[in-house]
Ligand binder design. Structure first.
Ligand code: SIN
Length: 335
């Protein structure tokens, strides 16, 4: 891909579009009953005023789906494309437009698998493009500005939403309705955007992008990992069921990644089958550390601060490297 350089003073930014509400359309002015993933990338770009004043833009449609329909294939396509294009000297950064429902998952996957220090920024919108309150244009404008900023180099994969800058590792969707829908909760944001200017105050210290050990370039699938949600009286047979089709299991446990005695017993039989079980939590903040009572079997691994969907991504990538419980534990401690 060659960017047709329009203004040699400006950075060249590639926008990879995947769909979501940012590309959604519906009844004029309203926020309800719209269809996500309807506008194509060129229409999306032309709907943002002054974008051409902050960067030269090249847009490519990777998919146009509701982000609940994003698959591993989309992830591999995105990561491979960014890895390939980032080798081009005339490309300075990347923006990915994405539905908000699973945006944090794609952001973390890319944080661990893209091999570039060039900026990679994800964004989306809570309101469709046809709503009076559409938030997509500002989010896209600020994402392009962030991707075009020298301050963004070596920051890992970031998310821009509602004036906030977040790391791919720590970002979470925290509101189902409001436009200010993302946060890194206790870790705080990396910084803020005012118009097109980023102000950084934090840095993610966990390995990412060029420092990450994960290489997906030769993969066309990822090891399957399933998430089992624990609640009072939850049936432990879900663990056996998942073990028949999955190489690893993440438990969205109660409190600090806890579950019942019956679930603990079910985990013992998974140890012999070679299935690692990561203890995460349904709480959404805090840390899960090694615990003698809960980590009674070698296959039990604490998730530290990763949410269940993010622990699922790390476990899946860890399984591309090793099946050894101790080594997987070290990966969770490091990442
Ligand atoms: C989606 O995730 O694709 C739909 C919801 C959204 O983008 O806010």
């Amino acid at each position: 891909m060659l960017i047709n350089q329009k203004n040699s003073e400006l950075k060249n930014i590639v926008i990879l579009a995947t769909g979501g509400t940012i590309a959604g359309t519906g009844e004029e002015g309203k926020t309800t009953n719209y269809q996500a993933g309807n506008l194509d990338i060129q229409t999306l770009i032309s709907s943002v005023s002054n974008l051409d004043k902050i960067a030269n833009i090249y847009g490519e449609q990777i998919a146009n789906v509701d982000s609940n329909d994003i698959t591993v294939n989309h992830w591999l396509t995105l990561a491979n494309k960014i890895n390939e294009l980032s080798k081009q000297e005339d490309i300075d950064g990347f923006v990915i437009t994405h539905g908000t429902d699973t945006l944090e998952e794609t952001a973390y996957f890319l944080d661990l698998t893209v091999k570039t220090s060039k900026p990679v920024v994800l964004t989306g919108a809570m309101r469709p493009s046809t709503a009076t309150s559409a938030d997509g244009p500002l989010n896209l404008y600020q994402s392009v500005a962030l991707a075009a900023s020298d301050l963004s180099i070596e920051q890992g994969c970031m998310v821009v939403f509602s004036d906030g800058i977040y790391s791919g590792r720590n970002v979470q969707k925290v509101n189902t309705f409001k436009t200010n829908a993302f946060s890194s909760i206790e870790f705080g944001c990396l910084g803020y955007m005012r118009d097109n200017i980023p102000y950084f105050f934090n840095k993610s210290i966990k390995p990412h992008t060029i420092d990450s050990q994960f290489d997906i370039s030769k993969l066309n699938q990822l090891p399957k990992v399933s998430i089992a949600y624990f609640n009072i009286d939850a049936d432990p047979s879900i663990l056996k069921y998942f073990s028949q089709s999955s190489e690893g299991i993440v438990i969205a446990g109660a409190g600090s990644g806890t579950f019942s005695t019956k679930w603990l017993q079910a985990i013992e039989s998974l140890e012999l089958k070679g299935i690692p079980v990561v203890r995460s939590s349904r709480i959404g903040s805090g840390i899960i550390l090694e615990d003698d009572a809960m980590d009674k079997y070698n296959n039990c691994i604490p998730s530290y601060t990763l949410s269940p969907p993010k622990a699922r991504i790390l476990l899946s990538l860890a399984l591309t490297k090793t099946k050894d419980y101790g080594e997987i534990k070290n990966i969770f401690a490091e990442y």
